[in-house]
Design a protein around this ligand. Structure first.
Ligand code: G1P
Ligand code: ZN
Length: 539
């Protein structure tokens, strides 16, 4: 029976950089998910006759929310929902399944790399028919709906069993439970030279993939161990858990600690890699060697000819403004299009849809291509394995040769956790006001050449977005300031530091960037306003 439920609005359902992300305790309040979902359905003029994709990274509250969404979809007249088996689907796979089935939209229940569990985070990402996240114009409309919502529709019925592959009915709606894993494997096989990678593993190449108790464990076991022949045990933490076993499933040097310890030990395999909670982020490591995501994007782009799917040529490449400019140098050398966009994957999607770019990436461990409209963790790792298989060189050799050829961007992100969001907003607003007065001033060894907000005029849809503030220095260094759009409480000030060198490669990146970090605190009045003399997290 279809039930219309009266509800009261929540005022905090504005989507951020990657959908709606909230503390599990907030998201599990009465009607919280229902309000948000109905607001989306209403914003797109109803979902009658439509097909949606649904699944999540398996974190706490996924199961409950999936049942709610299915029952609401049926009550709102949706034609069909395609669901990952047991409700699991990685973010890249969801994009693939959405595109392949020409679906009208989709939900991925994830807070990406944020911790899960009752005390962790929960999230809902809403994708549109192009396979990417919804444009700002639509998310604004959805937010307006959440502020005015009075009722939602839901089917009163028992929970649906999502363990069996196949089609079932929920009222008049069809639910198709799919093995999303096979779809993803087929796609990867069509992009990379699996035979070459098989030979690499056969030759004794060793590898460790840390799935961080999150959604890509089963994908990684199947692809790396079963198909490509990496030794059994190469994939660790492969069972997805509701709280990620207490891990913070963010693949970086801080949170992927076990993998980092292994890679810096005498037992280190030839390559180490990790993904985040929903499988769209990646980290690449060699023996005692870390590849920054900015360098990784540049290196993949420079080696596109080695990959079957790209060898005949690529469109351009894009990066978020905060990402280092390493890939810009490659784009110039290859004479391909190059775009700098605001943070958030949706800006890349327009460029991919309009065939302006093939590859894109962010400093936050996200890399991808136009095979889907999300970043893709396993794709990036397979790309590296394919390059290694073709060149016979190690992760470190490939990276060092890249620096030799193009110079090196020393790069680091400093995050300051600021409990008082208002204080953080004021810090940014005041800094923006001071920008013009900075030009020509000297801070330590750094002289400001230009200081301005980053403004992106989308060449495809004509929209204009301001995202962050950039200070350029005469020696080619750069500081980017922006506030995070994915936090679930308070504010995170992100400060991105970059220095460029063509010679004498200094190995201690943190130390080398320390003077610039000092300047960033001075220019942003960070210590003065927050009391912090050091960032809370360096990545
Ligand atoms: C963060 C990253 C950004 C990424 C997003 C979603 O957003 O910085 O690059 O696209 O997560 O994974 P932020 O919190 O900085 O807004
Ligand atoms: Zn993610």
């Amino acid at each position: 029976m279809i039930k219309t439920v009266q509800t009261k609005p929540y005022t905090d359902q504005k989507m951020g950089t990657a959908g709606l992300r909230r503390k599990s305790k907030v998201a599990s309040q009465e009607n919280y998910v229902e309000n948000f979902v109905q607001s989306i359905f209403d914003a797109i003029g109803g979902v009658e006759g439509q097909t949606f994709i649904l699944g999540g990274d398996g974190r706490y509250y996924n199961k409950v929310a999936i049942q709610k969404i299915l029952k609401m979809a049926a009550a709102n007249g949706m034609k069909k929902v395609i669901v990952g088996q047991n409700g699991f689907i990685s973010t890249p796979t969801s994009s693939r399944v959405l595109l392949k089935n020409k679906a009208d939209g989709g939900f991925v229940l994830t807070a990406s790399h944020n911790p899960g569990g009752p005390n962790g985070d929960f999230g809902i990402k809403y994708a549109v028919s192009t396979g990417g996240q919804c444009p700002t114009s639509l998310s604004d409309k959805i937010y307006a709906n959440t502020l005015n919502i009075k009722e939602y529709k839901i089917l009163e019925t028992a929970d649906i069993d999502l363990s069996k592959i196949g089609v079932q009915k929920l009222g008049d709606m069809e639910i198709e439970v799919i093995d999303s894993l096979q779809d993803y494997v087929d796609m990867m096989e069509n992009i990379f030279d699996f035979e070459a990678i098989k030979r690499l593993f056969k030759s004794g190449f060793t590898f460790c993939f840390d799935a961080m108790n999150a959604v890509t464990g089963p994908y990684a076991q199947k692809i790396f161990e079963d198909i490509l022949g990496a030794p059994k045990g190469s994939v660790v933490n492969y069972v997805p858990m509701e709280d990620f076993g207490g891990l913070h499933p963010d693949p970086n040097l801080i949170y992927a600690k076990d993998l980092v310890n292994l890679m810096w030990s005498d037992k280190a395999p030839d390559m180490g890699a990790a993904n985040d909670g929903d499988g769209d982020r990646n980290m690449i490591l060699g023996k005692k060697f870390f590849v920054t995501p900015s360098d990784s994007l540049a290196i993949l782009t420079d080696n596109y000819k080695l990959i079957p799917a790209y060898k005949d040529g690529i469109y351009g490449v894009a990066k978020s403004a905060a990402t280092s400019r390493a890939v810009g140098r490659v784009a110039k050398a290859l004479n391909i299009g190059y775009y700098e966009v605001p943070t958030g994957w949706k800006y890349f999607c327009n460029l991919m849809d309009s065939k302006r770019i093939t590859f894109c990436g962010e400093e936050s461990f996200g890399t991808g291509s136009n095979h889907i409209r999300e970043k893709d963790g396993i794709w990036a790792i397979l790309f590296w394995l394919n390059i290694i298989a073709e060149t016979g060189k190690s992760v470190e050799e490939i990276t060092r040769e890249h620096w030799k050829k193009y110079g090196r961007s020393y790069y680091m992100r400093n995050d300051y956790e600021i409990a008082d969001a208002e204080l953080a907003n004021k810090l940014m607003n005041d800094l923006e006001g001071r920008l013009p007065s900075l030009e020509g001033k000297t801070f330590g060894a750094f002289k400001v050449s230009e200081a301005k907000p980053f403004i992106y005029d989308d060449p495809v849809d004509g929209s204009s977005t301001k995202n962050g503030l950039i200070v350029y220095f005469e020696d080619g260094s750069r500081i980017v300031y922006r506030l995070s759009g994915t936090g679930s409480s308070g504010a995170t000030l992100r400060v991105y530091l970059e220095r460029y060198e063509t010679k004498s490669f200094n190995e201690n990146v943190e130390k080398y960037l320390e003077p610039l970090a000092d300047v960033s605190r001075q220019i942003g009045e960070i210590t003065e306003r927050t009391g912090k003399t050091k960032a809370d997290l360096l990545t």
